[in-house]
Write a protein that binds this ligand. Structure first.
Ligand SMILES: [Zn+2]
Length: 476
């Protein structure tokens, strides 16, 4: 039983706690990224004279603080880039001083700076988005600079930090895909106001146009491809300079002829339009695994990047689906990976395949692959972060192999046409509603004619680790 005084006490306690947290520390920060022209690059300061070394300046205005030092970290540092290889010449200045402070510590991960209230701290450093361990044969991945705030951020942050503005200066020769807005007529200065960004935050992809072939697939929606041209060594140059390949026909040949029609089919299926879709390929490898990523730039604009080998399979379709399959359970919901990745993977096979024989062949290979995979999870619902270990472990087996396979078996049982009709209806309904979970999906399927025993077996299959047992469930 609760009384008014209990409630009042709670209210006072809660307000007090909120008060304490908000007063503890408040830092406003402005980040400036300045990509340098090649002529400006000082090789003694930057690891290699590669395109797009970035000069980062971060100004932190301290309005309130109770601690005497500020602990700063790089959030979401992607595994492909070594933290310790990111910086050279960290410089720190305090309020009204042009004198560099030596009073700080940096262990490659955490930067600790002494701080006092009403101080302004300016941190500057050079940043290369590339792993210096890349060998020469991977030179071409160096013509890219990638930053997605939720995936790999290039600036420091800490609790109580509010990012106000991100200002990006580009060199003239750089191609860029970003959600910052152009500020000057030459398109070399982009600024974005933190409050105007989508929930995934700031996104930026800078690439060297010299290495890319630009191909527009459609005007409405605008589908723009940036295709990596490959490299060749210049024979006339004694140093064997690495140059973009000049044969455009090979670049065009890697694109499946049905690329645009697949994109339009996906858009129809989700009943969601994107005005601008920009797709860039390249050579993307993390510890031997090839990767791709899709990220929203604004409500009706998306960027996709993936390894160029993705064009050879249905993997490119997987990344495109991410752009349209944007209404998802919350990240903390146990069904996040089921919908976000497994469902996407399942749909990708169907959208990329010309006929059911193709679909069957791909799922047959998933069936075989799962037998070779080490899957430490009892189900996809257990997974809280996506990972792939070198021996095929991590979440890979449950997320990309087994669960899509179970969805495939369910679809075959219900009937492909009918299952896709239901999925389309479900995703259209939840887009209007805005949120859902696996329970909503289950209720929807059961109340729309999926037999209870079929659904029960599907659910059981998601918790099984033996392909033989999974097949037995569906064969009955
Ligand atoms: Zn994915």
């Amino acid at each position: 039983m609760s009384s008014l005084s209990d409630n009042l006490f709670c209210f006072i306690l809660v307000s007090f706690l909120l008060c304490v947290t908000s007063v503890k520390a408040q830092y406003h920060t402005k980040v400036t990224l300045r990509f340098m022209e090649r002529s400006e690059i000082d090789t003694s300061k930057v690891f290699n004279a590669m395109p797009f070394p970035c000069y980062v300046q971060q100004r932190i205005i301290v309005s309130e603080c109770t601690d005497d030092s500020l602990e700063l970290m790089l959030p979401n540092c992607a595994v492909c880039w070594l933290n310790t290889a990111l910086y050279s010449n960290i410089n720190i200045y305090h309020t009204d001083s042009s004198i560099r402070s030596n009073d700080y510590s940096f262990d490659g991960q955490t930067l600790v700076v002494p701080v006092s209230a009403h101080d302004t701290i300016t941190i500057t450093y050079y940043y290369n988005s590339e792993d210096i361990a890349y060998n020469e044969s991977l030179f071409f991945s160096r013509c890219l600079f990638f930053c997605q705030e939720t995936w790999h951020s290039v600036w420091f942050t800490c609790d109580g930090m509010l990012l106000d503005t991100i200002c990006v200066h580009f060199p003239y020769n750089a191609g860029r895909l970003t959600n910052a807005t152009s500020f000057d007529p030459n398109d070399t200065l982009f600024v974005c106001d933190r409050s105007a960004l989508p929930k995934d935050g700031f996104a930026l992809l800078v690439f060297d146009t010299m290495y890319y072939y630009k191909l527009k697939l459609s005007d409405t929606p605008l589908v723009q491809l940036y295709l990596f041209r490959g490299i060749e060594r210049s024979l006339s140059d004694g140093n064997g300079m690495i140059l973009p390949r000049s044969v455009d026909v090979e670049v065009l040949n890697k694109i499946p002829s049905n690329t645009l029609s697949v994109i339009l089919k996906i858009s129809d299926f989700f009943d969601f339009r994107i005005d601008t879709l920009e797709i860039l390929d390249g050579v993307f490898s993390i510890a031997g695994s090839l990767w791709g990523s899709a990220f929203p730039v604004s409500h009706r604009r998306s960027m996709v990047l993936f390894d160029e080998s993705f064009w050879n399979s249905y993997d490119w379709v997987h990344e495109i689906i991410h752009c349209y399959h944007t209404c998802l359970p919350d990240r903390g919901d146990s069904s996040f990976f089921f919908f976000h990745e497994s469902m996407t993977e399942f749909l990708a096979v169907y959208f990329a395949s010309c006929d059911s024989a193709d679909v069957n062949r791909i799922f047959k290979s998933k069936q075989k692959m799962y037998r070779r995979t080490k899957d430490p999870f009892s189900s996809v619902f257990q997974i809280t972060s996506n990972s792939l270990t070198s021996k095929g472990g991590g979440s890979f087996g449950a997320v990309y192999v087994k669960t899509p396979y179970c969805l495939y078996r369910l679809a075959e049982k219900v009937g492909k046409e009918e299952f896709f009709r239901l999925l389309n209806l479900f995703f259209t309904t939840v887009r209007e509603k805005g949120e859902y979970s696996f329970v909503d999906f289950e209720n929807f399927m059961l109340s729309n004619g999926v037999p209870a025993d079929v659904w029960k077996n599907f659910k059981r299959s998601l918790y099984m680790k033996s392909m033989r047992k999974i097949d037995k469930l569906f064969n009955n």
